[in-house]
Write a protein that binds this ligand. Structure first.
Ligand SMILES: [Ca+2]
Length: 496
C-alpha cells in the first residue's frame, strides 16, 4: 500500500470503529434525577428567589413539561415504576425494596438500552436509596444490578457534615443538635463541594462522560439534594439569608376542615412543631440545597459539552416526586396535591426546538419515549405512553388523566385538565377529595362532600376502579388478590 492509501485505510477503519461503537441507537441518554425536588423551587418554573441557572439552561434548549406527574409520591415506588415501565400497583411496589422479583427477567429502562448495545451506568441514587442513612453508608440501597454495566455510589457525611447545623423539626426548645434520619435539618457546611455526595456524583458523572464519549451510553445521574437533611456548602446560602426574608405560602384558616385524617400530610407545621422562624429557615435551607444541586448539574452538563457529544445526547432532568414547602402547612412529600405529585420534567433532544408543553404526562412515559427516540424497539408490555410527538407539537396529548399513588394513606390520584380527584383506599372508605383546578388551582376547597358534585365524584370513582384494573391487566402474571390477614400473635411483644 502507498502511504496515502495506508493513511486512508487507517482513517476509514478508525471512522468505522467509532461508527460501529455508536451504532446501537441514535442518541446517548443522560438522565439526571434530583431527589424530592418540587418544580416550584426552580427559576425556569417561575421561582424568583431560588435561582437555578444550570437547569434553566437545559430547559432553554429542551421541552419543559408543566404538568408531569410521578406515579408514587415517595422514592421507592416512583423510581421502581419509571425504571421498570409499570405502575407501582402493577409491580406491587409500594415500599422500598427492589422491583426485580416482580418483573422477572423483563428489561428495565437502562437494561433495555444495554441489551441493544448501549453501555449502561448509574452514579448514586436511581433506584431507592435511604437518605441520609444509605448515603452515609455508601451502599447500593434497593438497586437492581442487572440494570447496569457500571455503577457507583457517592458516600457523604450528610447531617454530620462540619458546619452550622440546626434541627428544625420537633426541636421547639432548640436543645437537640443536628440529627440524622428523615428529619428537617439545615447544615451550612464548611468545605468544598466534594465533601458531599452530590459533589462526588457530579465529578464521577463527568469522568464517565469523558471516558465513554466514543460509544453509546445510558447514564443515570442521581443527586440526593434537596432531600433532607438540607446540607449545602456555605456559598449556596447567601441568597436566602437572613432566613426571615423567606416568604411562606398563605395560611388559610380552616384549611384542613374539609379533609379526612388521611388527607392531612404526614409532616405538618403542627406535628413538626415548627414556628414561623423555623418554617422560613426550612424554605431557605431547601433552596440552598437546590442551588447546590443546580451547580452540580452544571458540572455534568459542562462535561457533556466539553466532550463534544451534546449534539448526540438526549438530556432528561426530573425528580422522583414533588415537595411541600408549607402549602396548607404541609411539608415534604407523600401528599397527592400538586406540589407533591407534580414533578419538574425537561427533555432535551438534539435538533428539536425548545418548547413548553402543558399536556398531562407521567414519568412512566420516559422509558417508551426515550427508547423510541433512540430508534430502539418499544416493548409492548410497557404501561407508559410514547410522548415523543409532544417534542414537535407541544399541543399533542396522549391521556386525559395522570395517575399517582401515596404510601400508607393508600391514596390514589387522578389528575385531569379540570379536576384533581383523590381517594384514600381502593374502596374510597378513608376519604375523598375533589378540587376544581380551574377555579381553585391551589386546592383549598374540597368539593367531594358538596351534593352539587356527587355525579362528578361517582364518575371519578368508576374511572379509578377501571384504572386500577387496567394497571393489573398486564403480562407479569402476578397474583393481585388481597393478601390473607395476618394471624394475631399469641404472645405479647416484649418491651425493650
Ligand atoms: Ca425522593
Amino acid at each position: 500500500m502507498k502511504p496515502i492509501q495506508r493513511f486512508t485505510a487507517v482513517v476509514l477503519f478508525a471512522w468505522l470503529s467509532v461508527a460501529n461503537a455508536k451504532d446501537p441507537g441514535k442518541y446517548n441518554v443522560l438522565f439526571i434525577i434530583s431527589d424530592d425536588l418540587t418544580s416550584t423551587a426552580l427559576s425556569c418554573y417561575g421561582n424568583k428567589v431560588c435561582k437555578t441557572p444550570n437547569i434553566d439552561k437545559i430547559a432553554a434548549k429542551g421541552v419543559r413539561f408543566t404538568r408531569a406527574y410521578c406515579q408514587g409520591t415517595y422514592c421507592g415506588p416512583s423510581r421502581a415504576s419509571f425504571m421498570t415501565g409499570y405502575y407501582p400497583h402493577a409491580i406491587k411496589m409500594l415500599g422500598y425494596k427492589t422491583p426485580r422479583p416482580f418483573i422477572g427477567d423483563r428489561a428495565t429502562w437502562s437494561q433495555h438500552f444495554m441489551n441493544a448495545g448501549y453501555h449502561s451506568m448509574r452514579v448514586s441514587k436511581i433506584y431507592h436509596m435511604g437518605v441520609p442513612g444509605g448515603i452515609e453508608d455508601g451502599g447500593d440501597g434497593a438497586d437492581d444490578p442487572a440494570s447496569w454495566n457500571e455503577k457507583y455510589n457517592s458516600q457523604g457525611p450528610e447531617w454530620r457534615a462540619p458546619g452550622d447545623g440546626e434541627t428544625l423539626e420537633n426541636n421547639p426548645d432548640g436543645k437537640k443538635p443536628a440529627v440524622g434520619g428523615n428529619t428537617f435539618v439545615v447544615v451550612e457546611a464548611d468545605g468544598a463541594d466534594l465533601v458531599h455526595s452530590d459533589g462526588k456524583t457530579a465529578k464521577k458523572a463527568a469522568e464517565l462522560i469523558r471516558k465513554h464519549k466514543d460509544k453509546r451510553f445510558w447514564l443515570g445521574v442521581g443527586f440526593v439534594r434537596p432531600h433532607v437533611p438540607f446540607v449545602a456548602p456555605r456559598r449556596d446560602y447567601p441568597d436566602f439569608k437572613p432566613y426571615n426574608k423567606m416568604v411562606l405560602p398563605p395560611k388559610i384558616p380552616g384549611d384542613w376542615d374539609d379533609l379526612t385524617p388521611a388527607g392531612i400530610n404526614y409532616k405538618t407545621s403542627k406535628n413538626m412543631k415548627m414556628d414561623i422562624r423555623r418554617q422560613k429557615k426550612a424554605v431557605g435551607g431547601y433552596y440552598a440545597s437546590v442551588a447546590f444541586m443546580d451547580r452540580m448539574v452544571g458540572q455534568v452538563m459542562d462535561a457533556l459539552h466539553e466532550a463534544g457529544i451534546a449534539d448526540e445526547t438526549i438530556v432528561i432532568f426530573t425528580s422522583d416526586h414533588g415537595y411541600h414547602l408549607g402549602e396548607h402547612d404541609f411539608w415534604a412529600k407523600v401528599s397527592l396535591l400538586d406540589e407533591s405529585s407534580q414533578v419538574p420534567l425537561i427533555i432535551s433532544v438534539p435538533g428539536k426546538k425548545p418548547a413548553v408543553c402543558s399536556s398531562l404526562v407521567e414519568l412512566l412515559d420516559l422509558y417508551p419515549t426515550i427508547a423510541g427516540l433512540c430508534g430502539l424497539e418499544i416493548p409492548k408490555r410497557l404501561q407508559g405512553k410514547d410522548i415523543s410527538p409532544m417534542l414537535d407539537n407541544p399541543r399533542h396529548t396522549v391521556r386525559d388523566a395522570a395517575f399517582s399513588t401515596s404510601a400508607g394513606r393508600r391514596g390514589l390520584l387522578l389528575r385531569t385538565d379540570d379536576w384533581a380527584y383523590i381517594q384514600y383506599g381502593e374502596d374510597a372508605s378513608r376519604g375523598i377529595e375533589l378540587y376544581d383546578i380551574r377555579k381553585d388551582p391551589k386546592q383549598y376547597t374540597n368539593l367531594a362532600l358538596n351534593p352539587d358534585y356527587e355525579q362528578t365524584v361517582n364518575d371519578f370513582m368508576k374511572r379509578m376502579s377501571a384504572k386500577m384494573a387496567s394497571q393489573r391487566n398486564n403480562d407479569l402474571g402476578l397474583d393481585y388478590s388481597a393478601p390473607a390477614p395476618k394471624k394475631k400473635k399469641t404472645t405479647s411483644r416484649k418491651k425493650k
